[in-house]
Design a protein around this ligand. Sequence first.
Ligand code: GDP
Ligand code: CA
Length: 322
Amino acid sequence: MRIVVLAGGIGGARFLRGLKDALHNRADQADSQPEITVIGNTGDDITLFGLRVCPDLDTVMYTLGGGINEEQGWGRADETFTVREELIAYGMQPQWFGLGDRDVATHIVRSQMLAAGYPLSAVTEALCDRWRPGVRLLPMTDDQVETHVLVEDGSGRRAIHFQEWWVRYRAQTPAQAFVSVGADSAEPAPGVLAAVEEADLVLLPPSNPVVSVGSILGVPGIREAVAAKTVVGVSPIIGGAPVRGMADACLSAIGVETSARAVAEHYGPELLDGWLVDDTDADAAVDGVTVRAMPLYMSDPERTEAIARAAVDLAVELGGRS
Ligand code: GDP
Ligand code: CA
């Protein structure tokens, strides 16, 4: 079985861990080795202190590779912050983004390889050589695509980087719009379209529908390729609120209600075949989409595996090849 997953950071990475467990147990019964290709969001990427940082790719890589800070959900385990303290002592800006020492090493390797001319997809593969995430991790594009946020506050109307809005302002300054800078002329990274075309099914984990899954689908060609497949999504919204993070601030900026039903309608029946919602949202009906309810909190490995298994089962039921 070949599965493609479009993933953001924490929600995407945790779901993927459950999916690996689910497929591992399934493969014990069948004798085919399942393959998972992850198309990672790079819209959150940012250059800080001359280093290229890819938060969502790294969250997936560290989570599946066993290097993640489990409590936090992002960054390295056993992290120290000496470099950050020294930068602050020099008065270096920005100071709102916490780069740990171990994490910095990843960004140095990445930045050096990019400067030498390697595309991000090749750099990601090289980094995964160490972390062995057990999935094929592809950036959505090798081109630079950055999500910027149009805000208006005391300093007037301006566009700031998504990370500044999310991390520095905690998404408290209302967003007027999101701009995927560079998306128009971006191309899917090598292997992305082929992986989707060869996939038996495509899964949308509980990732941010606007700035994670939305950014991936915004790379020309990806949405059409995905829509042609059997696609099942897992709602990141439970009982009218995001489980963690500020996805509601992203949804309201694009005029979508924060509910499991509204997110499915936003993706639309052209893209989505099946949609998993939490039991709380069992009454969510979406025209043209098969909705199924179950507990959707990824509170422990068993529950997360059950969610992933349900997503695969629904996709197979809806026509995905198994
Ligand atoms: P980010 O890049 O770290 O923001 O991660 P993602 O793009 O993967 O998006 C995080 C989304 O996952 C948020 O909208 C959360 O509401 C959602 N989420 C996090 N944990 C859970 C969970 O346990 N269950 C469900 N259903 N959604 C979750
Ligand atoms: Ca993200």
